[in-house]
Write a protein of this length. Structure first.
Length: 264
């Protein structure tokens, strides 16, 4: 978890709070955003090793069902580094579907084939979305399936025309610091080094908002433009003691994040 540091210099109180950022190991404890746990890409399980696949095959009576993917449903996600996004969802199938690769289209443009893996210790599946594909509206399918672990699905394999619904992959905020300084009756705020991961590198998150907590919830007091290095200009306001945070808003291409709350 991010660490708060407090220093007092005479009448000046300086409080900095690093952004509470989702990571592969900790994304499950972040309830604000739709960022699921990141499955291990080092030891993937194929569909044929999934518990529901074994159950489906053992329940077959008479003529076996033809291998078929009946539904693809995946949640929006974000890229936080070169490993790409681990997009989690559901792949419903019948028959002896052991491996499957599905076509990826971003904003209607074909990007390539990705394997549908079985998440460990879960009844969900996931695909690895390459960071180089950028952000946008994503659709999976058609898919290519095999009935053996030894057979890698290719475009020459049996084709299933099922497609997923549309979901988004965005650029995720990776780092940043919220600086809040009180001097007498004034507060000065600044965003420092607020970055997101885009394509192959970290870049400025572009904009942020200083928010204050009120009886009506969090209210934006100031929009801050972030320079190429992720820094904003300082903003000063005369105000009493309140709870404050820095918020990077979500857009069509960026998944936002909130800093830890400061009380100053």
């Amino acid at each position: 978890m991010p660490v708060l540091s407090l220093r007092r210099l005479g009448v000046v109180g300086l409080l900095t709070a690093t952004l509470a950022l989702p990571t592969p190991a900790a994304v499950a404890s972040t309830s604000t955003f739709d960022t699921p746990d990141q499955p291990s890409a080092q030891a993937p399980q194929y569909l044929g090793s999934a518990p529901q696949a074994r159950v489906a095959r053992s329940a077959e009576v008479g003529t076996a069902a033809a291998p078929d993917i009946t539904k693809l449903s995946f949640a929006s996600s974000a890229t936080y580094g070169p490993e790409g996004a681990y997009v989690e969802g559901r792949a419903h199938f019948t028959g002896n579907v052991v491996r499957a690769k599905t076509e990826v289209r971003v904003n209607g443009v074909y990007k390539g084939l990705v394997e549908i893996f079985q998440a460990k210790d879960s009844d969900k599946q996931f695909v690895v979305y390459k960071s180089g594909w950028g952000a946008g509206k994503v659709v999976l399918g058609p898919s290519y399936i095999t009935e053996s672990l030894d057979q890698e699905p290719t475009t020459a394999s049996p084709k299933d025309t099922t497609k997923s619904g549309e979901f988004r992959v965005r650029y995720g905020v990776t780092r940043g610091t919220f600086s809040a300084v009180r001097k007498g009756g004034s507060m000065t705020f600044k965003g420092v080094g607020v970055k997101m991961y885009k394509i192959h590198k970290e870049v400025s998150a572009e904009r942020a908002e200083v928010q204050v907590k009120t009886s009506r919830g969090w209210v934006t007091k100031k929009f801050l433009k972030l320079a190429a290095n992720g820094n904003s200009v300082s903003w000063t306001i005369r105000t009493g003691k309140h709870y404050w945070r820095l918020r990077v808003p979500t857009s069509t291409t960026r998944l936002g994040s909130n800093s830890e709350v400061v009380h100053l």
